[in-house]
Design a protein around this ligand. Sequence first.
Ligand SMILES: NC(=O)c1ccc[n+]([C@@H]2O[C@H](COP(=O)([O-])OP(=O)(O)OC[C@H]3O[C@@H](n4cnc5c(N)ncnc54)[C@H](O)[C@@H]3O)[C@@H](O)[C@H]2O)c1
Length: 434
Amino acid sequence: MGQPIDITPATGKLGILTPGMGAVASTAFAGIIAARKGLAAPIGSITQMAHIRLGSKTEGRNPLIREFVPLAELDDIVFGGWDPISPNALEAAETAGVLSKDDLAPLSADLEGVVAMDAVFDQRWVKRLDGVRVKTGATKWDLVEQLIADIERFRSENNCDRLVMIWCGSTEAYQEPAPVHESIEAFEQGLRDSDENISPSQMYAYAAIVSGVPFGNGAPNLAIDIPVMDQLAERHRVPLTGKDFKTGQTLIKTILAPGFKARMLGLRGWYSTNILGNRDGEVLDDPENFKTKEVSKLGVLHTILQPEVYPDLYGNIDHVVRINYYPPRGDNKEGWDAIDIFGWMGYPMQIKVDFLCRDSILAAPIVLDLALFLDLASRAGQSGIQEWLSFYWKAPQTAGDYDPEHDIFIQQTKLKNTLREWMGESPVTHSEAG
Ligand SMILES: NC(=O)c1ccc[n+]([C@@H]2O[C@H](COP(=O)([O-])OP(=O)(O)OC[C@H]3O[C@@H](n4cnc5c(N)ncnc54)[C@H](O)[C@@H]3O)[C@@H](O)[C@H]2O)c1
């Protein structure tokens, strides 16, 4: 056992702010409100439902994570956000069509009370959407100042002790880092000059960090994975985590691929296709926005399978990912995987996965967990990229220049061992005899 680190208690209210109040954010808010009214269990949430083993396997210590680490209570959460289209969380939920009318009815007053603030939005980054509730300003600097003022107003009007921000906005068009992203000085000058390389998500992230608000990036676009955000996070002592919620097909991929590798089965190809019909699908139908998603989805297999270490098994893989916008399915995505593996003496085998999943049902508990864990990290004095939260991401960000961990089981071990370490418990390595 080590020494526990100092963690400030979770007293007072925690505000969860989401730039983007669409399917994911409204489903997350609805589920949290339903859980605290006792109407639905928070299924899929590690912070609410998972236990954690402590000590050796014979000790029988296995508390709930939320009883082991000092997390904010669901009753202490308040919601807010920005959206250029949805006026409030109820209308967002009704438009998204994820939850039934019956399930929304007892939550409707609470959800209607979560009124979206006018967004920093620019169609250059999301061509398929027409924003109507959009801020105006002479420069990007003006817009960022309005976001900072929104944050402070929300904090005082809701009497919040602490805030966290989770980007639940549309995936922005693909972008490579530019010189304006290199340093705080360059970025701030870029805001004054309204540099075209600064996207809305980066402006929200800037506003959050300088306001001392931890930030998680639920989408694959470039937002906090640029040097300026690391520097700002260090200066303001703010934890960050990203990117792109690990749900649906990638979740299944990072569950299956470690299994193939554990059994030294070869992989020749993995063809993944999706049909989905929600607003996210419509945005991703644009090639520039799809490219952002594709890059995020393709990275997964390489780091799990290590073709450089196992060239005979994984040196020649065709990995293809497709997303097709198909309105009849709404938020209920269908993800097909055709997986070509090979075994003893090279004999080929095939696996087909057809996952009839519900995207926002899988993403919502991640929003809750990230909010609670980012808040915990902040109270535990942590700053910068939180690699222990890689568990939640399709494209986990790392604190240094090395590959991320994609194997969901290693990610889970890292998450739990981080909590053990913070609380002064020994890591669990499963290495005891027997
Ligand atoms: N649902 C999942 O499983 C999943 C998984 C990984 C990532 N994501 C990502 O999460 C994000 C949200 O997904 P969703 O299904 O809720 O999409 P959605 O289209 O229902 O909601 C996104 C909302 O963001 C708003 N928006 C766009 N630009 C904005 C801006 N600049 N400021 C504020 N709001 C803005 C849109 O008006 C929309 O209401 C998307 O980027 C999606 O790719 C979702």
